[in-house]
Ligand binder design. Structure first.
Ligand code: CA
Ligand code: CA
Length: 258
């Protein structure tokens, strides 16, 4: 009975995940709690027709191969590549996660500065001695994306660490060298126009946000503030249309337009 209800739940999650329209509010996104990506115990993996890709790699550092399966492709003509990721570890742990919307290939810009631990274009794997981090990129619509997802694996523990609708992931790195990785994320910023006399473009304020990853993620206010002060401008941690920022053409540091 329990098995049947779990299966129903899993199926419902798949259906709901597929039918949800992308939100138009993504550009106004502010930091929020970890999203509603559904985690299900996989009770039935017989549905081979839903398989998109199988990736084999040792995720929990026991020198025995583990498996990542990408499943549940979008309906014909719909964007994205897979709606479910299933992780099976060598010790028998099996977990599946279903996207709120749909995942797609790893951002090319992100790959320019980060080396993928697997040859698949669809999942980013960062292997470290004590943990492995998987990054899944939600499909990027013109209006933004529904989710950027991080799954963390420490020994045999597999869990959803981060799931937020940011447009860009700029960095995955331990910025302050405390043994925990940081993510630098940002939302797209709308531009209003060019001011020739200032040799710059005027756009809205869209801060870089830094999250520290562990068993869960935490918006790191201190690091976020110092990073913005150093590389951008700082006027709080929220995207703000009322704050106009001057972006010089020559790549100089932006400044707030008073
Ligand atoms: Ca293993
Ligand atoms: Ca750190």
């Amino acid at each position: 009975m329990k098995t049947a209800s779990l299966a129903t739940f899993a199926l419902l999650s798949l259906v709901l995940g597929c039918s949800k329209a992308p939100s138009e509010e993504i550009l106004q996104n502010t930091p929020s709690e970890t999203g509603k990506t559904v985690e299900v115990s996989l009770v039935n993996d017989k549905i081979d027709s839903l398989l998109v890709e199988t990736i084999t790699i040792d995720l929990n550092n026991d020198s025995v191969a583990d498996t990542i399966q990408l499943r549940n492709p979008p309906a014909d003509g719909d964007p994205g590549i897979y709606g479910t990721v299933m992780i099976a570890l060598s010790n028998g742990t099996k977990k599946a996660f279903t996207a709120k919307d749909i995942w797609a290939s790893v951002d090319e810009d992100f790959l320019k500065e980060h080396k993928n631990g697997v040859s698949s274009p669809n999942v980013f794997v960062f292997k470290q001695p004590k943990q492995t981090i998987l990054v899944l990129f939600g499909f990027h619509y013109g209006s933004g994306r529904e989710e950027l997802t991080v799954i963390g694996i420490q020994e045999n523990d597999v869990r959803l660490v981060f799931n937020e609708p940011y447009d860009y992931l700029l960095k995955l790195e331990d910025l302050d060298k405390d043994g925990k990785n940081e993510l630098i994320v940002r939302n797209a910023h709308e531009m209003f126009g060019v001011v020739d006399s200032l040799k710059a473009e005027i756009g809205v304020y869209s801060p870089y946000l830094i999250y520290t990853l562990d068993k869960e993620s935490r918006l790191n206010q201190e690091l976020s503030e110092s990073y913005n002060r150093e590389n951008y401008v700082f006027a709080g941690l929220k995207y703000n249309e009322k704050i106009r920022v001057l972006y010089p053409w020559n790549g100089d540091k932006p400044r707030i337009l008073e």
